[in-house]
Design a binder for this molecule. Structure first.
Ligand code: G1P
Length: 298
């Protein structure tokens, strides 16, 4: 029987330089879409998929993340006293059980693969998920939950996948697939991290959700530095394929926002605000006024 996926790694050690100066003192993962930090979206998605153990791979300057998931007794009692129960409920969604969350440090920025390998001892002999909080996915059924359900049928390793424009493939891990019919689960022949323009095996890109076998951790012992001079997670997963193990792509249902870029972050902000009853009408009328003013000016 396949083991249940109950552990997830959140690589959060990145410097977030694309968002300087904000990220000089605020970890990128604490930046907010409407009123929830990016990391909260990732945690909620993991919880919905049945994750019980949350492993954060952090770096210097990320203590705000640890504080975010701690209890806030003063704030709670102030809200209680003033009868603000709805806000209290919101606050409590950030609470984590003691022992459910672990922080380990990646001391040097050696790449995503290296960050994941730092959690190897905590993973032990279990399958595990990896969630990149920069990739925010709006979906009726949360993306990782879709993948866990598919994984229960397939086993092996699985990466979230999405078609991207051919001129964008060099920004992603890209899958080599035989697939012609667009099924959700796709068997993979290989995968390449950030292929040079014009050399991508397809336009099916890896998005930041993974379900991996503990064996993937062993591959870090023998893979060398890859794209960008970094230890790449893509290369450790590709090694599974060359060793004859199953790796699948999963075309998820949902809309992915690249919150590692300013444009993606802004789009996500608008999309999540429009999904909120308390903000939708005002924002829509603001956007349509803007649009009208823009047209008039042309
Ligand atoms: C990482 C992965 C890449 C994946 C991408 C998805 O790249 O290395 O394979 O396609 O996330 O967002 P990064 O965006 O960190 O450069």
């Amino acid at each position: 029987m396949k083991k249940k996926v109950t552990k997830a790694i959140f690589p959060v050690a990145g410097l977030g330089t694309r968002f300087l100066p904000a990220t000089k003192s605020v970890p990128k993962e604490i930046m907010t879409l409407v009123d929830r930090p990016l990391i909260q979206y990732a945690i909620d998605e993991a919880r919905a998929a049945g994750i019980e153990d949350f492993i954060f791979v952090t770096s210097r300057g990320k203590t705000a993340l640890e504080d975010y998931f701690d209890l806030a007794p003063d704030l709670e009692s102030a809200l209680e006293k003033s009868g603000k129960t709805a806000l209290l409920d919101v606050l409590r969604t950030t609470n984590m059980d003691s022992g459910a969350i672990a922080y380990i440090r990646q001391h040097k920025p050696l790449g995503l693969g290296h960050a994941v390998s730092c959690a190897s001892k905590l993973i032990g002999n279990e399958p595990f998920a990896v969630i990149l909080p920069d990739d925010v996915i709006a979906a009726e059924k949360p993306c990782l939950q879709q993948m866990v359900e598919a994984y229960e049928e397939t086993g092996g390793a699985m990466v979230a996948a999405m078609e991207v424009a051919p001129d964008k493939t060099s920004s992603y891990g890209v899958l080599d697939v035989n697939d012609k019919n667009g099924d959700a689960v796709v068997s993979i022949n290989g995968m390449v991290e950030k292929p040079a323009p014009g050399t991508a095996p397809s336009n099916l890109a890896v998005i930041g959700r993974y379900i991996l076998t503990p064996h993937v951790m062993q591959n870090f012992a023998h893979i060398t530095k890859g794209a960008g001079g970094e230890v790449q997670l893509t290369d450790a997963i590709a090694a599974e394929i060359s060793q004859g193990r199953d790796v699948f792509g999963y075309r998820f249902d949902g809309q992915r926002f690249d919150c590692g870029s300013k444009a993606g972050f802004l789009q996500a902000t608008v999309a999540f605000a429009l999904a909120r009853d308390d903000l939708r009408d005002d924002l829509l009328s603001y956007l349509s006024d803007l649009n009208a003013a823009d047209k008039a000016a042309q």
